[in-house]
Design a protein around this ligand. Structure first.
Ligand code: C2E
Ligand code: MG
Ligand code: MG
Length: 697
């Protein structure tokens, strides 16, 4: 086994070598082989011919000799005279080709015999066994001896073929010389011819090698004559052209694919609106940041940023401007951060910031303040000056949580606290907030049930005319008569109702209840009382708002002139056609509008000119510091002056002291609302107040 496997490789190598020979060598080999074969064939044919000619001439000679000998030996045979017969046969000595001669008498033994002593031939050919065997072969001739017509004996002549040898030798030498010359001439000629045939092929091979090496499919083979090689070159060129096209296609396809992959990558990890990394990226980064910080005892801060009232902007100004605003917000936030901080857009109007290696809580607070401050100046988008703020919740790892989900939940909880604190602020997470977050979820669920179970009530807070000092109106303020918790204030559930959309049915219920109540008091002869009802931004977006309000007014039988809807500045910042239309239609129906919490929202006062507003309500935060606080006094004075110049009524909210009253009266405020007059009261108590009348004492 081992031996046979040992032997096979050389065979293989040999075969490979022959196959691997160049075309030129192969063609030359073929030429030599063909010429050799042809020469061999020609020489063989000539030799065969010579051979048969030689045999024939030998036979002819033997026949002639036999005839002569028979004529001379006839009587000797007939008489049985061996001496005479031998004498005749000896004459054959002069015939070198005859080897032996025998004369036989009928029925008797040999009468006479001649045998030539033969010396074997010398010469290079004679050394070859085949040639020697040919030379040693003999030709025989038998001639009957007759006497008077009767056969009396027989002559047997045997001739050698040695005479053929010189001719054979000559033949071989001549053939060898002519073969050599033919071969030399042929290889000289074939070299030229093969060169001519092979050259285009060699060039073609070189070209293909160059193409393979340089991967340059723009190379082309020169096409000479349109013979097979020319056609081959043409075919190769066409093939190269095809490959070139394919390659170009393939390249552009690959480029396209690479671009698509990059796009997918972008989409997978980046937000298309702001170009910031997205939630997917955020999740990975947050986990990485926490893991990285852990072993070094570093603190990582997660800031969860939620834009305040973004939904209103998006709904009112359209998604196009909404996206532009998000983009602008993303840019400002990113600019406010250090390059090593990370910012992401993690949801509709939600951004997240990861701060690594935070020094202390003060450090985080200063970053949060910086981020809040980017919202001070409005965003100029197309023709709009958009004021927006953000609420930020901050959670620290590992202090508040050690894994991403909890850290995010805590930041979210803190963010809700920031919203509850009045938005446009930040809040660091505290452990006590955990329970509050759960409360919030409970609240959301029970709020839905409360509406079905009629657990809401409307309280009325009187508004007093500063000139007549009489109750001229009331603001309807909703409360939740919670079965377990008792009376719950609107501050606790209105924001959630707004977020969940529950404010729409709830607000409609408040409006209907308040309108029906005031209409009833009027029916009871308690006088015409203006009723102010708060309208949430969400309600204002309701396409059916106009119909709903007019229907309520009509159904409750209230004089539309008595209804006043309180809007906030954020609601009015959208001066879209549809908003304008709603306000105009309701105003045309007699309903008036006031701006609640004036001065706390958007500082663009464009809307005061455009919308049919009747009243401004100075927010209680400005009234609070009156009359001593210079700023509050200044702002209040300015608002009253502004209202007067625009021929708008002014209501001061949250008036608790006589000093405040005094100040406001001096400045020309029209109406006041506040604990100084009364807290918001249930309907029956307010009825009592109407009956008894309000007095300053
Ligand atoms: P608001 O519309 O600015 O209402 C005035 C708030 O100031 C009321 O709080 C009222 O009780 C309080 N207030 C009045 N006078 C004084 C005062 O002298 N001192 C102090 N400290 N506070 C005073 P309330 O009832 O808790 O309502 C809070 C807010 O909830 C309202 O602010 C309003 O924005 C919202 N709200 C109340 N009812 C409704 C409603 O039916 N629909 C909507 N959309 N919002 C409502
Ligand atoms: Mg109000
Ligand atoms: Mg108010």
């Amino acid at each position: 086994m081992a031996r046979s496997s040992h032997r096979s490789p050389p065979v293989k190598t040999l075969r490979l070598r022959t196959a691997d020979l160049s075309l030129r060598a192969k063609l030359q080999m073929a030429t030599v082989l063909a010429i050799s074969l042809a020469t061999l064939l020609v020489v063989s044919a000539l030799l065969v011919n010579e051979w048969s000619l030689n045999r024939q001439s030998l036979l002819d000679k033997l026949a002639a000799q036999a005839h002569l000998i028979v004529g001379s030996t006839r009587s000797a045979v007939a008489n049985g005279d061996p001496d005479a017969a031998t004498e005749v046969l000896r004459k054959l000595e002069v015939c070198p080709e005859i080897l032996s001669a025998e004369l036989n008498r009928n029925g008797h033994s040999v009468l006479a015999r001649f045998v030539r002593a033969v010396r074997p031939k010398s010469g290079f050919l004679a050394q070859m066994p085949v040639i020697r065997r040919i030379l040693e072969s003999t030709v025989q001739w038998r001639e009957p001896v007759t006497d008077d017509g009767a056969i009396v004996g027989e002559l047997v002549l045997t001739a050698s073929r040695q005479g053929f040898y010189p001719m054979l030798e000559r033949y071989v030498v001549v053939s060898a010389v002519s073969f050599g010359i033919a071969l030399a001439l042929a290889s000289l000629l074939s070299r030229q011819l093969i060169g001519m045939v092979i050259y285009p092929l060699v060039r073609l091979t070189d070209l293909l090698r160059a193409v393979a090496r340089r991967k340059d499919y723009s190379l082309r083979a020169p096409v000479g004559a349109l013979d097979e090689v020319g056609l081959l070159a043409k075919g190769v060129n066409e093939m190269l052209a095809q490959i070139q096209i394919r390659e170009t296609d393939l390249k552009s396809e690959l480029q396209e694919r690479r671009r698509a992959e990059e796009r997918l990558d972008m989409l997978a990890y980046y937000d298309t609106v702001t170009g910031l990394p997205n939630r997917h990226f955020f999740n990975e980064r947050l986990a990485h940041a926490i893991n990285r910080a852990g072993p070094f005892g570093e603190t990582t801060a997660l800031m969860f940023i939620d834009l305040d009232n973004f939904k209103i902007i998006n709904d009112t100004l359209g998604h196009h401007l909404g996206d532009m605003l998000l983009n602008g917000v993303g840019e400002r936030l990113a600019r406010a951060l250090r390059s090593k901080d990370f910012i992401f857009r993690v949801g509709g109007d939600e951004f997240a910031v990861i701060l690594e290696d935070v020094r202390n809580r003060e450090h985080v607070a200063s970053v949060a303040e910086k981020l809040i401050s980017v919202f001070i100046t409005p965003f100029r988008l197309e023709d709009h000056d958009i004021f927006i703020s953000a609420s930020i919740g901050v959670s620290l790892a590992p202090q508040d949580a050690t894994e991403p989900t909890s850290l995010l939940r805590n930041a979210d909880t803190a963010m809700y606290h920031a919203k509850e604190k009045g938005k446009n602020t930040y809040q660091l997470f505290e452990t006590s907030m955990k329970g509050q977050a759960a409360n919030r979820l409970n609240l959301e669920n029970s709020l839905r049930r409360a509406l079905e179970k009629h657990e809401f009530v409307v309280h009325y807070q009187p508004q007093v005319d500063m000139i007549t000092r009489r109750i001229c109106g009331a603001e309807a303020l909703v409360r939740w008569q919670h079965p377990e918790r008792g009376m719950v204030g609107p501050g606790e559930f209105i924001p959630i109702a707004e977020e969940t959309g529950l404010i729409v049915p709830l607000g409609e219920w408040v409006l209907r209840t308040a309108c029906a109540q005031v209409a009833q008091w009027e029916d009871e002869g308690l006088g015409s009382l203006a009723i102010a009802v708060n309208l949430a931004g969400r309600q204002f977006q309701d396409d059916d708002l106009v119909e709903k309000v007019i229907q309520v007014v009509w159904e409750t039988g209230l004089d539309a002139q008595l209804l006043e809807l309180e809007l906030t500045e954020s609601t009015l910042m959208d001066n879209s056609r549809s908003n304008m239309r709603k306000l105009t239609l309701l105003r045309a129906a007699g309903i008036r509008f006031s701006i609640d919490d004036f001065g706390t929202g958007y500082s663009s006062m464009n809307y005061l000119k455009r919308f049919p507003i009747s009243k401004l309500k100075i927010d209680q935060t400005f009234v609070d510091g009156l009359p001593d606080n210079q700023e509050d006094a200044g702002i209040t004075t300015a608002i009253i002056a502004l209202a007067q110049s625009l021929r708008l009524q002014v209501v001061a909210e949250g008036v608790e002291t006589r000093e405040q009253w005094q100040f406001l009266q001096e400045k020309g405020c029209d109406t006041i609302q506040g604990y100084l007059v009364s807290r918001p009261l249930p309907a029956d108590q307010f009825r009592g107040l109407l009956i008894d009348g309000w007095s300053e004492e």
